[in-house]
Write a protein that binds this ligand. Structure first.
Ligand code: ATP
Ligand code: MG
Length: 363
């Protein structure tokens, strides 16, 4: 396909985000891109999200090593390869500890509403992925941050996370709960009291007390959260930030990739890479006709059987490829890379190297 090389996209980026539908190979692609970066001499950190157990082990994130702190992986590459696993709770706790006073941090971390919110509020994982990105992007140990994205139904959730947070912080209700008496008049205080009474009936008084206590303890921290959200939103649009969309050759995931690409474009973000993962490999280059002829000449023999198999694989691969082309054109990515389906799952550095070889052609 006539497109730029993904290796050049990786070389030109300081942030790379692997996004796409569930199960298409986002985590695998993110890890393989990170490996390719380390092979080209860069100091790379990859933030994975729920990697398969054996891949986590291979990245030094297995039991015992399970951590959201980047771990250095030894290997024969000139650069550095670091891997971390997104742990929403640990990232949120670390943020609170870093930005709050010790007394304020203790109050927040011990708060029941806070613990419950971090583990169950939808969107927290997506938001924390962006906080982690912000943190690692500013870390002088790394010159490329590769971010995996959660298996959300809507790939936009990560992109929208900073705005969602800002909207939440600006929400009238939030403001009422945080500052019921200090900045607002009596009328609002009465409205808040009525609201709290209603919620108490539904959720239980203790929950509401915890929530109010949390919002009060949180006071003063919002500005930092809002500021970082603004910075991440800007980082998404930087020249050196690359969105790499991962898809399978299946029609539904292709359509989702095309939709997502259009959404990114609307937001002035560029799709720098499209990775079509798990394509059927074509066993030979060029036309399969001579194997058809050979099969006819040796009818009934093992050779004919082999020729027929080869022809079938070529036909299937060509069919898949012709179906791909329209959507690939629609995505209009700067680089387009096809990665074949491997014989086994990708669960070790060797498997990642194979994928990396297909991604950049020279891992
Ligand atoms: N090219 C490939 N050939 C063979 N197996 C692959 C290939 N790419 C990915 N896999 C395997 O497919 C499975 C899913 O891949 P992966 O976990 O990277 O997907 P994902 O998009 O991150 O999924 P989720 O949306 O659940 O996070 C893994 O077991 C992985 O090893
Ligand atoms: Mg994944």
């Amino acid at each position: 396909m006539t497109s730029e090389h993904l290796g050049d996209v990786i070389a030109a980026s300081t942030v790379l985000i692997s996004a796409g539908s569930g199960g298409v190979g986002k985590t695998t692609t993110a890890a393989a891109i990170a490996l390719a970066g380390a092979r080209s001499g860069r100091r790379v950190v990859v933030v994975t999200i729920d990697p398969a157990r054996r891949l986590a082990d291979a990245l030094g994130l297995g039991p015992g090593g399970l951590t959201d702190e980047p771990q250095l992986i030894d290997g024969p590459w000139p650069g550095e390869l670091w891997a971390a696993m997104l742990d929403t709770q640990a990232t949120f706790d670390a943020l609170v500890t870093r930005h709050a006073t010790p007394e304020q941090a203790d109050r927040i971390l011990a708060n029941g509403f806070y613990r419950n919110m971090v583990s169950s509020l939808s969107g927290t994982q997506e938001y924390m992925a962006t906080e982690k990105l912000h943190q690692l992007h500013g870390d002088p140990r790394f010159d490329l941050v590769v971010v995996d994205t959660p298996p959300t139904r809507n790939a936009l959730d990560v992109i929208e996370a900073p705005h969602t947070l800002s909207r939440f912080l600006d929400h009238r209700l939030y403001r009422m709960l945080v500052t019921p008496s200090r900045r607002m008049g009596r009328a609002v205080g009465v409205a808040t009291a009525a609201f709290v009474r209603t919620v108490s009936k539904v959720a239980g008084g203790a929950v509401v007390d915890d929530a109010i206590e949390f919002f009060r303890a949180f006071e003063g921290l919002e500005d930092g959260f809002r500021q970082r959200a603004v910075e991440v939103a800007a980082l998404f649009r930087e020249e050196t930030t690359a969105f790499v969309l991962v898809t399978s050759p299946r029609r539904d995931t292709l359509e989702e990739a095309a939709w997502f690409a259009a959404q990114l474009r609307q937001r002035d973000m560029v799709v720098r890479g499209l990775v079509v993962n798990r394509v059927q490999p074509r066993p030979i280059d060029g036309p399969a006709d001579r194997f058809r002829t050979m099969s006819a000449q040796h009818r009934g023999t093992d050779l004919a059987f082999l020729c027929d198999t080869l022809v079938e694989q070529c036909v299937a691969a060509d069919h898949e490829r012709s179906q791909l082309d329209a959507t690939v054109a629609e995505v209009a990515a700067v680089s387009v890379t096809l990665v074949p389906i491997l014989g086994t799952d990708v669960h070790d550095i060797g498997g990642l190297e194979q994928i990396a070889r297909h991604l950049v052609g020279r891992a």
